[in-house]
Ligand binder design. Structure first.
Ligand SMILES: Cc1cc2nc3c(=O)[nH]c(=O)nc-3n(C[C@H](O)[C@H](O)[C@H](O)COP(=O)(O)OP(=O)(O)OC[C@H]3O[C@@H](n4cnc5c(N)ncnc54)[C@H](O)[C@@H]3O)c2cc1C
Ligand SMILES: NC(=O)c1ccc[n+]([C@@H]2O[C@H](COP(=O)([O-])OP(=O)(O)OC[C@H]3O[C@@H](n4cnc5c(N)ncnc54)[C@H](O)[C@@H]3O)[C@@H](O)[C@H]2O)c1
Length: 470
């Protein structure tokens, strides 16, 4: 039996916990999958490396509207894929070698483990690992609907779709969320015939209703979107795949060469043995942790057991996992002076086309909490000089603020570089900066696209105070 000061299950965000502080202590890092976890290998990073070439390809359509004749002559799928994974696979491999061979105090296990008791883990091959402190950073995995044909070759998840041998001619994407919407934009831009099929009546349905509606319209102008369609079965047909749906009581049949299933992800806690130990789990299977990232059982911290990332939050976002890791690095080193995780204003961006970014409350949430005190405004990108330059007809900045406090309650953007434009709004919310101070205090560069954010803030018409900048 090997004993460690610290054992970390999961080499994604968990890997960053091994700081110099641990140099004099024994650490085990355990990962049964690809070293480096989801974001590096099959998540944020490779997807966005596909998104960028996709944006270049899609810009041809926009250029035409501005009088520039560009021609899209196809995408070198294999070249794009190999450039991306040539870089990523090398980083994963180097990280693995570093942990496995270059640090005397660190031992890498490449097997699945589960809990035997609170401080003992067992590997799939039967080895026992005990540790004073254990961090559960096991991430999440794709969930597939249970329909006939879901395991047929040609049916992929985000784990495998990026490594396809060739660009699919006909691609059906199941789901209306982040992953489905990002891949739909990429494959449609690179030249696949994409059909995105969603079970409900709008894409990105969990977002503010105006953004969800605007994105559903914008997406349908770029690739085929089918809504309110329930998948019944997938079968092999004519050398490809046939998907049968029920849509508003009528059958809908689609043909595809490749199917991408993007119908949500579930935390990897079920095969970990944590339920038997009485660790608290949310309805979605994620571990309940307190503000200090300590795992709870019956509402009380389990001594020496911590959780972070997709296994222990409901956001399933890398910047959240990274922040949790930072908090945990501190708390593992300073058990008598722990610092809490701040979850007040978690932003997110969806790198689809058009891009989406948001932070804070939706209008429905804001009104439920603050009633008539909510001011709401939608500012079009097209109302600014840079928007004219782009001939933009769909970009919007929606802001929600509290009339009396003058503070932002939520920001929801859809359009060019939404993920960049939203950042000052995230800053303002995190720093309790009032709308008028934010709009009138700093200069806003003219005629940058950020003027749409400035104008949205001014349009909120929060009553001015004498102390506000002019
Ligand atoms: C396609 C896609 C695109 C994404 N894009 C973005 C984005 O643009 N921005 C963003 O913020 N987020 C994005 N995400 C989400 C982001 O990738 C995750 O929130 C983040 O990677 C979670 O990190 P983690 O450390 O919790 O888990 P992971 O990085 O998944 O690490 C968990 C590791 O634990 C291992 N493991 C699990 N169980 C066991 C066990 N019992 N024994 C041994 N090892 C085990 C797994 O093999 C895995 O390597 C995306 C996700 C996907 C799938
Ligand atoms: N840019 C980013 O930050 C980014 C990108 C990709 C993924 N992620 C993270 O990964 C998570 C998972 O992404 P996702 O797109 O798989 O999940 P999601 O929750 O965003 O979307 C899931 C979609 O699948 C649909 N669905 C669920 N069950 C279904 C079923 N049985 N049949 C048909 N449709 C069904 C839902 O209605 C929804 O539209 C996201 O929630 C996000 O946190 C983030």
């Amino acid at each position: 039996m090997a004993h460690y000061d610290l054992a970390i299950i999961g080499s994604g965000s968990g890997n960053s916990l091994i700081t110099e502080y641990w140099d004099t202590q024994k650490v085990a890092i355990i990962d049964a999958g690809i070293f480096g976890g989801t974001c590096l290998n099959v998540g944020c990073i490779p997807t966005k490396m596909f998104v960028y070439p996709g944006q270049l390809a899609a810009s041809v359509t926009q250029a035409k509207a501005l009088g520039v004749e560009l021609k899209f002559e196809g995408a070198d799928w294999a070249g794009i894929r190999d450039r991306i994974f040539g870089r990523i696979d090398a980083i994963s491999e180097a990280g693995k070698n570093y942990r496995a061979h270059e640090l005397e105090n660190v031992t890498l296990y490449t097997e699945h483990v589960s809990f035997v008791s609170e401080h003992e883990l067992r590997t799939a091959s039967g080895e026992s690992i005990t540790a004073d402190k254990i961090v559960i950073a096991t991430g999440s995995r794709a969930v597939l609907p249970e329909v006939p044909g879901i395991s047929l070759p040609g049916v992929h998840t985000s784990d495998t779709i990026m490594r396809l041998a060739e660009l699919p001619k006909r691609l059906v994407i199941l789901g209306g969320g982040y992953i489905a919407s990002e891949f739909a934009a990429v494959f449609a831009a690179l030249g696949s015939e994409v059909v995105q099929v969603n079970r409900s009546g709008a894409l990105m349905r969990q977002l503010d209703a105006d953004i969800s509606a605007a994105f559903t319209t914008a997406a349908a102008a770029r690739w085929r979107v089918e809504l309110d369609a329930d998948l019944r079965r997938i079968s092999e047909h004519d050398g490809g795949l046939q998907l049968e749906f029920e849509q508003d009581g009528a059958p809908l049949t689609l043909e595809a060469d490749v199917v991408l299933v993007a119908t949500g992800r579930t935390p990897n806690t079920d095969a970990l043995g944590v339920a038997q130990l009485g660790f608290d789990l949310r309805e979605d299977g994620s571990l309940v942790v307190d503000d200090y990232q300590r795992v709870l059982a019956d509402g009380e911290p389990v001594p020496g057991i911590f959780g972070l990332g997709d296994a222990a939050n409901t956001e399933q976002l890398k910047h959240v996992a990274n922040r949790e890791a930072r908090v945990l690095i501190h708390n593992l080193q300073h058990p008598d002076a722990m610092r809490p995780m701040d979850r007040r204003f978690v932003p997110a961006a969806v790198f689809t086309n058009p891009q989406i970014a948001y932070v804070g409350a939706t209008e429905a949430q804001a009104r439920a909490q603050h009633g008539d005190a909510v001011c709401s405004v939608i500012q079009d990108y097209g109302s600014t000089a840079y928007g004219w330059a782009m001939e933009d007809e769909e970009g919007i900045v929606k802001l929600l603020a509290h009339r009396e406090t003058g503070l932002l309650l939520g920001a929801h953007l859809m359009g060019h570089e939404a993920a960049l434009l939203i950042q000052p709004l995230i800053q303002a919310m995190s720093m309790n900066l009032e709308v008028n101070t934010m709009a009138r205090g700093p200069f806003w560069i003219h005629p940058a696209l950020s003027e749409v954010v400035e104008n949205a803030l001014l349009s909120l018409q929060i009553p001015a105070r004498d102390s506000d900048p002019l």
